[in-house]
Design a protein around this ligand. Structure first.
Ligand SMILES: NC(=O)c1ccc[n+]([C@@H]2O[C@H](COP(=O)([O-])OP(=O)(O)OC[C@H]3O[C@@H](n4cnc5c(N)ncnc54)[C@H](O)[C@@H]3O)[C@@H](O)[C@H]2O)c1
Length: 264
């Protein structure tokens, strides 16, 4: 028998990965779909497969305390929060010497503060209800510099640290916390930044020879949120077709590799 009251909260649910995660989790949980973009959250709600569950969409800025409190009050009014997927976050760039304080704060807000506030609310709720699982979207930028993205890198490194912390301190309450780190994944905001040359460079540095679709990432999230992963916490699961396994020189584009004598 399925537990109709087990609630999963998904942040950034109107975005590409939040939406894919929602579809993957919709049969196991009643979903509360959160996004600052109301139309996008409602579009995800409309895309979910038909079921007897009454999924909800809710909009608000999750980088602020009050909206997060309201969102989790809504979730807890449905049932115990058993899963949180932190998929909110804008990938914003700007080199350090030109980066405005407002831009820094905006990136920290959407990528790190949303994770802090929603994880805190979920941990409090899960401590009351006997445990749960948190899955947060990380980024390869957390431990490798990509010129032009200092704030995003710093925010994602913070997310990784927070994830490990939750695993270490709240495992005793039955709470697990993991990171899924996608490589480049098809999304409107990633496609629009990719030239054909860049795409070829990414393919050359991806051993399996294809780039991620959102459902590749959603499958990893669904696994980590399931009881099959009950012994996995504080972990990072890379979904990148093997890109991270390559040495840095392999990440250079073919023209650069030819110049360096690494390719004929
Ligand atoms: N797509 C990729 O290639 C990729 C790769 C690595 C990591 N990631 C990470 O995965 C996560 C999701 O990425 P995506 O591709 O789905 O991005 P996306 O832009 O499609 O979706 C992000 C969603 O977060 C929402 N959001 C942003 N700030 C918010 C706030 N303060 N409150 C509420 N909602 C907010 C946006 O409205 C948007 O709907 C991000 O954290 C991103 O950094 C993505």
């Amino acid at each position: 028998m399925i537990d109709l009251e087990s609630v999963a909260v998904i942040t950034g649910a109107g975005g590409t990965l939040g939406r894919a995660a929602a579809v993957s989790l919709s049969s196991a949980h009643t979903l509360v779909l959160l996004d600052v973009n109301e139309d996008a959250a409602l579009a995800t709600l409309a895309e979910l497969p038909e079921s007897s569950r009454e999924h909800r969409a809710w909009s608000g800025d999750l980088a602020s305390e009050l909206p997060v409190r309201e969102a989790f009050a809504l979730a807890e009014s449905i049932g115990p929060v058993k899963a949180l997927v932190n998929a909110a976050g804008n990938t914003t760039g700007g080199s350090l010497h030109n980066l405005g304080f407002d831009e820094w704060n905006a990136t920290m807000g959407s990528c790190l503060t949303t994770v802090f506030l929603c994880t805190q609310a979920a941990v409090r709720s899960m401590m009351r209800s006997g445990g749960g699982v948190i899955c947060t979207l990380g980024s390869p930028h957390a431990d490798r510099a990509v010129p032009g993205y200092p704030a995003y890198s710093a925010a994602k490194a913070g997310v990784a640290a927070l994830t490990r912390h939750v695993a270490a301190e709240y495992g005793q309450f039955g709470i697990r916390s993991n990171i899924v780190t996608p490589g480049w994944t098809r999304a409107p905001h990633t496609e629009s930044r990719l030239s054909p040359t860049d795409r070829q460079g990414l393919l050359d540095s991806t051993p399996v020879g294809r780039l991620n679709d959102p459902h590749d990432v959603a499958a990893a999230i669904a696994f980590l949120c399931s009881s099959e992963a009950s012994q996995i916490t504080g972990a990072e699961l890379r979904v990148d077709g093997g890109a991270d396994a390559l040495t840095p020189s392999s990440l250079l584009r073919p023209q650069q590799r030819i110049k360096l004598g690494l390719l004929p």
